[in-house]
Design a protein around this ligand. Structure first.
Ligand code: TYM
Length: 351
């Protein structure tokens, strides 16, 4: 029941519905990536590495979030290509469609439906406080409404599958918090409707910084291609980008994120890709300069990406990829339909 509270704001009063949601025996994991350009080392080290590790002991669902991509203008041909590129990359980095569900968001209608229902449970104030909206809209009135509602669609993605955990990089923290707030708000007003999910962040790799400016995060949309290493970059591009990466004038390979963000970011990448601790890296590069370290890092990155690129080329134009995505959409839909039915019932929608 909706009424105005003492401060004049709309408030929804709690109903008496008490049905419990069954907890999963095996944790349910959901995450998504936008098909909005070349995936980079940040996406891999912050998010995809977790996806692979989680799929052995959890019930994992991974999504190509194409509807998020259209919150900014997209060329339809290019978007189609990027959807398939991303799906192939998921498999190339190690997502096994036999263990995990892999699908394209727009092929499961429940995302858009739940997004609208959650939009009606969200406040314009909380959405306008989202830093991603503030930076992308730059305060302009012509900013697309889709950009404004982006975090609600993300909440719908997560809540539609009764998700327990969401592996992401730490740039998504605010979105995950909003998802939790929306789930809790609906649970408090309509009776238990959603599982309140947790974000899952890695200690190392959760925020890979741009290589040309280590004060910014590595991003797909940065106009400077040397700000990032894309997963499909050829060896010479990897070399060029790393050798020209911004460091400092001290020339000592020492980790100090606050005062030496450039070399610390490179050491972080080295550490995550090789499994060597930061302390061991510092020891093995004692007395050596940044040039030596960067040359080693070039080799490490090239060797890490070569098998991914090879697998990508095998799968990208195969019929198998389409079969995997169609099958994934069916399996995802089978989970989404009863959850959406529960939500509609709680809201009193339909007959
Ligand atoms: P997207 O497509 O920007 O990024 C995909 C994943 O990569 C992580 N990431 C990074 N991690 C470390 N360092 C970086 N520099 C870096 N850049 C990106 C992101 O944190 C993310 O985990 N809103 C999401 C997509 C999304 C989603 C969802 C995620 C839509 N629905 C539901 C989880 C659950 C996004 O734009 O990710």
């Amino acid at each position: 029941m909706i009424s105005r509270g003492p401060d004049g704001r709309f408030v929804e009063r709690k109903t008496t519905m008490t049905t419990k949601i069954k907890k999963h025996d095996i944790p349910r994991i959901f995450s998504g990536i936008q098909p909005s350009g070349d995936l980079h080392l940040g996406n891999y080290l912050g998010a995809m590495r977790q996806f692979i590790e989680l799929q052995d002991n959890n019930d994992c669902i991974y999504c190509v979030v194409d509807m998020h991509a259209i919150t900014v203008p997209q060329d339809p041909e290019a978007l189609k290509k990027h959807i398939l590129d991303l799906a192939a990359l998921y498999i190339a980095v190690g997502i096994d469609p036999k263990k995990s569900i892999l699908f394209v968001q727009s092929m499961v209608p429940g995302h858009a439906e739940l997004s609208w229902i959650l939009t009606c449970s969200s406040y314009t104030g909380e959405l306008s406080r989202m830093t991603q909206f503030k930076s992308k809209s730059r305060g302009e009135e012509s900013a697309p409404t889709g950009l404004f509602c982006y975090p609600v669609l993300m909440a719908a993605d997560i809540l539609l599958y009764d998700t327990d955990q969401v592996p992401v990089g730490n740039d998504q923290t605010q979105h995950i918090e909003l998802t939790r707030d929306l789930a809790t708000r609906v649970n408090n007003t309509k009776g238990e409707t959603f599982i309140v999910p947790e974000g899952r962040y890695l200690k190392e790799g959760a925020r890979i910084m741009a290589l040309d400016d280590p004060t910014k995060k590595m991003s797909k949309s940065d106009p400077n291609i040397h700000s990032r290493i894309s997963l499909m970059d050829p060896p010479n591009k990897i070399k060029k980008t790393i050798m020209r990466a911004t460091t400092d004038s001290e020339a000592i390979v020492r980790f100090d994120a606050a005062n030496k963000p450039g070399i610390s970011n490179l050491m972080n990448i080295y550490s995550v890709l090789t499994g060597e601790s930061i302390a061991d890296i510092e020891t093995s590069f004692t007395g050596k300069g940044y040039g030596d370290f960067k040359k080693e890092l070039v080799g490490v990155v090239q060797e890490s990406l070569a098998p991914i690129q090879e697998r990508f080329n095998d799968i990208r134009y195969s019929d198998e990829l389409i079969t995997v995505l169609k099958d994934g959409a069916e399996r995802a839909n089978a989970i989404a339909v009863p959850v959406l039915a529960r939500v509609k019932e709680r809201f009193g929608l339909g007959l």
